[in-house]
Design a protein around this ligand. Structure first.
Ligand code: COA
Ligand code: AMP
Length: 625
């Protein structure tokens, strides 16, 4: 029996006892009444009755325990040429004051605060300041356009918004403030106050009465103490793509989240207090929430926050430079970042310039890691490479390799084995557990472990219908895959319209809504086509209204601009093509999966349900153009 089998078996034998033990890693103000209460929420809640403060657990307690002079956060920005280290004491000093600045603008426990921020330390500081107050933060990724931000402002109804004058992308400064102003105009809900970080690269004008200078407000504020919250109170809401244009507000609680993330740092990544960890992601994504901010700080590690790209800032050695300079032990990034490096430095020559002896492992997630990239990364780094599978909803890995239990043999393409806490199976479409080796709907038997989103923001019914209704007693992940005879899990792809573009989760349904709103478009379909760098990129097919005879290239350019304007540059939508009609089944469903396979260059048999086979041939001709 391996030590993984032993650990997983211990969890299976006594799930509540196992999590109660993990919860000893957290400082509680009041202990819980029940480890898991099945009567609460959509499927039950963890640590009901317990009281704590997540910010206290991330920062204050490490200072109190004498780790105040240890680095907590290192901000490394090749975009500005700066590296700034915050010790736990220094970080605490800033968080206390930013919490005070928010409180003096009326933010209290339970209020929402939206953060629309680039990768600057103030983003993490503002998140932790909200946690300190018991306010619920909702971070919106900077690559989203004003309309997407407006949807989130309307849904979360924040009392305050924290933003910055600009973000820095290679070759361009992204002015955030005009996007924020436009979003507030579009939203029926208006915040009472905005704290704006003025960056020297592009300062912005302030709206009198509403906007306040972040640093001046911080300097003028009184430090604020931690506010006790219930374990079941929300810590944050993170919007993610759903199957419709309306994003889903995944709620994260305080207690289960703190316990699961604290536990995961050692169990998965093999790190403990004092170790340096780097999640090369963005605070706008769940990976940034969990592994740039909360998990490393809960454990007392040093976390790296990187404002830059894997390539071009300045070259494909950027990641190796950061690892060597800051003595990173574990790097967590998306496979697309490795593919970007591999494209520019296929032999890993730039590695030779840096001392990577301190690096112990590379973890990948965000999309399935294609085996050639995993093999390449392991060959050049000569370190274990671990692909682990998770989602915004779960907040931490569903399957992984486990440094605490000894890593599994390297099987490129596999997402590892279920983490203790997840009873994972592939189900057939009727909800029956499939035998090992069969492909099906990857689903987790309820309850989900601590840390997983217990509900959607003000939409528990939506949570039930999205995730729990199809297979009663199970959480449907939305991913298809196989659990094989050895227990290894192979994630094959989504069963819905979600695609992964450079590790960014996007809904093709929401892109279709935008294309359909164009005056010349009668019908459309968006699919995720294979892309050598980004994994997938969206491809739009449109049927024009009869009588439209403007040049196709002109319409295509308008469609590309429309998606950029409504969803944002992150959609990476660059390819729209006009087709005479869309292939459909006899019941009128567009054959998106078949179109995708043709776009990927596969030979496809004509589906028996197709209404008019000629439509497929026509699309094939356009796609091969
Ligand atoms: N604010 C504003 N714009 C942003 C942005 C942000 N925070 N992040 C990305 N964008 C813009 C980019 O500038 C780009 O704009 P462009 O169309 O004008 O060039 C567009 O959104 C697409 O960005 P991206 O998908 O990141 O592509 P890229 O070509 O700039 O870079 C990679 C490609 C692979 C280097 C990059 O995607 C990457 O580093 N990926 C890692 C993925 C990751 O961290 N995922 C998180 C989940 S773990
Ligand atoms: P997000 O919510 O943005 O983290 O995206 C979650 C989705 O990304 C999952 O449902 C999967 O489809 C995909 N995904 C994330 N990590 C992996 C992985 N390691 N292997 C396969 N798919 C992954």
């Amino acid at each position: 029996m391996t030590s993984y089998d032993r650990a997983y078996g211990e969890w299976q034998a006594d799930p509540q006892g196992w999590w109660a033990k993990a919860a000893e890693g957290i400082d509680w103000i009041r202990p819980w009444d029940s480890v898991f209460d099945p009567s609460l929420g959509a499927y039950g809640q963890w640590f009901a009755g317990g009281m704590l403060n997540t910010c206290y657990n991330c920062v204050d307690r490490h200072v109190a325990a004498g780790r105040g002079e240890q680095a907590a956060l290192i901000w490394d920005s090749p975009m500005t040429g700066e590296v700034v280290t915050y010790t736990y004491s220094a970080l605490l000093g800033r968080i206390e004051k930013v919490a005070g600045a928010l409180a003096s603008r009326g933010v209290v426990k339970g209020d929402r605060v939206i953060l629309y921020m680039p990768m600057v330390p103030e983003a993490a500081i503002a998140m932790l300041a909200c946690a300190r107050l018991g306010a619920v933060h909702s971070v919106v990724f900077g690559g989203f356009a004003a309309a997407e931000l407006a949807t989130r402002i309307a849904d979360a109804k924040p009392r305050a918004i924290v933003s910055a004058s600009c973000g820095l992308e290679p070759g361009r400064v992204v002015a955030y403030k005009p996007l924020l102003d436009a979003a507030i105009d579009l939203s029926p809900h208006k915040p009472e106050a905005c704290l704006i970080l003025q960056r020297p690269q592009s300062p912005c004008t302030m709206t009198a009465g509403r906007d306040h200078d972040f640093l001046a407000a911080e300097a003028a504020a009184e430090p604020h103490a931690c506010v006790p919250v219930a374990a079941t109170d929300p810590l944050y809401v993170l919007y993610t793509s759903g199957t419709t244009g309306r994003p889903k507000g995944v709620v994260r609680d305080n207690g289960g989240h703190a316990v699961a993330l604290w536990q995961s740092m050692k169990m998965l990544y093999g790190l403990d207090a004092g170790d340096v960890y780097w999640a090369a992601s963005d605070v706008g994504w769940v990976v940034g929430h969990s592994y740039i901010v909360y998990a490393p700080l809960l454990r007392g590690c040093t976390s790296i926050m990187y404002e830059g790209k894997p390539v071009g800032t300045p070259d494909a050695g950027a990641f190796w430079r950061v690892i060597a300079q800051h003595k990173v032990k574990v790097l967590f990034t998306a496979p697309t970042a490795m593919r970007a490096i591999k494209q520019q430095d296929p032999e890993g020559k730039l590695l030779a310039q840096y001392d990577l002896s301190g690096l112990e492992a590379l973890f990948l997630a965000g999309e399935r890691c294609d085996p050639p990239t995993a093999v390449w990364a392991q060959a050049i780094l000569q370190k274990p490479v671990v692909d682990h599978w998770w989602q915004t909803e779960t907040g931490w890995a569903i399957t992984s390799g486990f440094r605490e239990y000894g890593l599994f043999p390297f099987l490129p393409g596999s997402g590892g084995r279920p983490c203790p806490g997840y009873d994972l199976h592939a189900l057939d479409d009727d909800g029956h557990v499939l035998p090992p080796g069969s492909s099906g709907n990857l689903s987790v038997r309820l309850p989900l472990p601590p840390g997983c989103g217990p509900t959607l923001w003000e939409n528990t019914e939506g949570y039930r219908s999205s995730y729990l209704a199809d297979f009663p007693g199970w959480y449907r992940t939305g991913d298809a895959g196989v659990v094989d005879e050895n227990g290894d899990v192979w994630v094959m792809g989504r069963t819905d319209d979600i695609i992964n573009v450079a590790g960014h989760r996007l809904s093709t349904g929401s892109m279709e809504e935008v294309l359909a709103s164009h005056r010349d478009v009668a019908e459309c379909a968006v699919i995720g086509a294979k892309d050598a760098l980004k994994g997938q990129t969206p491809l739009g097919l449109v049927v024009l209204k009869s009588g439209v005879n403007r040049p196709e290239a002109e319409i295509a350019a308008e469609l590309v601009a429309l998606i950029r304007e409504r969803i944002g540059p992150v959609a990476a939508f660059r390819d729209a093509r006009v087709v005479p009609r869309l292939p459909k089944t006899r019941s009128g469903k567009i054959l998106r999966a078949t179109i995708r396979r043709i776009a990927d260059g596969e030979t496809v048999a004509t589906p028996p349900t197709i209404e008019d086979p000629a439509a497929l041939d026509e699309v094939g001709l356009v796609l091969r153009r």
